[in-house]
Design a protein around this ligand. Structure first.
Ligand code: GSH
Length: 215
């Protein structure tokens, strides 16, 4: 198995899940900034030029949610069986995590990547912050009385747990105690910590919290 990886990116979800499953993987490192994700070699693995891609069983799989579904099904662990009602919950949260990650990605652009600062939009930053809050409110309600998204830990938590490093940099944690407690449970998992040690932490954030721009 070969995981195409950038430290701090969505490939972390796969690396962490493989640690939870106790499966070996080779890492191949790429850069977000040198243009290599648009090379024919990488596009053959992931046609949108996005990380992650996983080489497994004689092919490559792209899209972190698809990889998490494939790996849990293949292992017969950390996900409810296909065709059961609980499977619907699993699939919902896997996709929900990616909906939230896309909002985080927009906020990374608004607060960090867009240069010069005049290229940034205060209106879009506020809109995406509100959209992030909606997802956090939903999780706050869902996680009250539950340790993990499905009750027991599952691959859906590897999808969502990747996001927790970022979300409280844009929306303050105080109003979301159940979600903050979930985040603490996520980062305390030994497999999560092993994945950070092996795959590298994110380096994009220089602030603990990014205030909304004045406009
Ligand atoms: N829905 C995709 C999104 C993948 C994605 O956007 N990955 C980011 C890294 S976290 C990436 O490769 N960005 C490079 C780019 O946008 O050019 C997934 O979950 O795998």
């Amino acid at each position: 198995m070969i995981l195409h990886h950038v430290p701090g990116s969505r490939s972390f979800r796969v690396l962490w899940l493989l640690e939870e499953l106790g499966q070996e993987v080779e890492l191949r490192l790429w850069s977000m900034t040198d243009g290599s994700l648009r090379s024919p070699e990488f596009l053959a693995l992931s046609p949108a030029g996005r990380i992650p891609a996983l080489e497994i069983d004689g092919r490559a799989i792209f899209e972190s949610g698809a990889i998490v579904q494939y790996l849990t099904e293949r292992a017969g662990r950390l996900a409810p069986a296909p065709g059961t009602p609980e499977r619907a919950d699993f699939l919902e949260w896997v996709s929900f995590a990616e909906t939230q990650a896309n909002i985080v990605q927009n906020l990374n652009f608004h607060h960090i990547f867009l240069r010069p600062a005049e290229a940034r939009s205060a209106v879009m930053t506020k809109l995406d912050t509100k959209r992030l809050e909606v997802t956090m409110r939903a999780l706050e309600g869902h996680l009250r009385g539950r340790d993990w998204l499905l009750g027991d830990f599952s691959g859906a938590d590897c999808m969502l747990g990747f996001n927790v490093e970022a979300i409280f940099r844009f929306v303050r944690a105080e109003r979301f105690p159940a979600l903050a407690a979930y985040a603490a449970r996520v980062t305390a998992r030994p497999a999560y910590q092993r994945a950070v040690a092996r795959g590298g932490a994110t380096t994009i954030y220089t602030e603990d919290f990014y205030e909304l721009p004045q406009a």
